[in-house]
Ligand binder design. Structure first.
Ligand code: B1M
Length: 232
């Protein structure tokens, strides 16, 4: 029996439990992550705090060791699966706020990029804030974005990229919207770990979003601005 299996998660203080969850995420232990999430919720932790302190922080640590060559793709995939298992429990809770309908967003990760945890988190938080979200998944060529925009007619187009090699593709999508005379029909928001404000501006996005909470705030602000402009 492994050492992890011997640990009674319920006997741990909040602080030790969160530290243990970081270890469990690192080790890709989905069941333990699910249990940890349930325990923190029973202890009246808000869903967003569980998400950020236990899951997102745990994944940050995984990212450091992935970068340093200590962890490899198969291990990180297991961590990602454990993270998703925890997120699945939190999703309905984040959407429970009963928020008024705010608008519609199509979101997807760009071509060549299969990272989807951050995008999924943004989708969850946006849904929780009252947005209808159409998630078109990963590895999206410009045609897939155009098709989804045409079909769903959203207020917002969201794009995610986690690789320095794939983030320039966001400009391909924005330039194509320009060429087709569609750019002004949508608010374009972009995000992902390697991006920054400057990049967002350089490619002609309406907003760069550092994280999911910022994405929600930006979306609300830009939608309000759009409505004001239309009313003026
Ligand atoms: Co990848 N990977 N990965 N990876 N991976 C990174 C991104 C990397 C930084 C790791 C590292 O070296 N430290 C590095 C990129 C280096 C670079 O480009 N400079 C990297 C690499 C190199 C690779 C491969 C090339 C590895 C290889 O094969 N040799 C390969 C590429 C595959 C591909 O896409 N073609 C690869 C593969 C993988 C896995 C499949 C193993 C797995 C992905 C599983 C999955 O997503 N289902 C994986 C993971 C998990 C990571 C790290 C460890 C974690 C990413 C993550 O989920 N973070 C990552 C390290 C890191 O980012 N520090 C890494 C948690 C998530 C909540 O944060 O995604 O940043 P994030 O999302 C945030 C914000 O960025 C923002 O809000 C989110 C929530 O707050 N945001 C948005 C994101 N998208 C948004 C969209 C918006 C708004 C905000 O729209 C409006």
């Amino acid at each position: 029996m492994s050492e992890e299996e011997d640990i009674d998660l319920r006997s741990l203080s909040d602080e030790d439990l969160v530290a243990q969850m970081h270890d469990d995420l690192y080790d890709g232990l989905a069941e333990e992550i699910e249990e940890g999430v349930e325990i923190l919720l029973e202890r009246k932790w808000p869903a967003y705090k569980v998400l950020t302190d236990a899951l997102v922080e745990g994944m940050r640590i995984v990212g450091v060791d992935f970068r340093d060559g200590i962890l490899f793709v198969p291990e990180v995939l297991m961590s990602a699966n454990a993270m998703k298992a925890g997120m699945a429990i939190l999703r309905p809770l984040l959407a429970e706020a009963g928020a008024p309908r705010m608008g519609k967003m199509v979101i997807g990760t760009v071509k060549g990029d299969i990272h989807d945890i951050g995008k999924n988190l943004v989708s969850m938080m946006m849904e929780g804030a009252g947005f209808d979200v159409i998630d078109i998944g990963i590895n999206n060529p410009v045609e897939a974005y155009l098709e989804a925009l045409e079909e769903h007619k959203p207020d917002i187009l969201g794009m995610s990229a986690l690789l320095t090699t794939t983030m320039p593709y966001m400009k391909v999508v924005i330039d194509t919207l320009e060429e087709k005379g569609l750019r002004d029909d949508y608010i374009v928001m972009v995000g992902g770990a390697p991006l920054n404000e400057e990049f967002g501006e350089a490619i002609g996005a309406d907003a760069y979003c550092r994280d999911a909470a910022v994405a929600v705030e930006m979306a609300k602000e830009l939608i309000a601005r759009k409505h004001n402009q239309m009313g003026a």
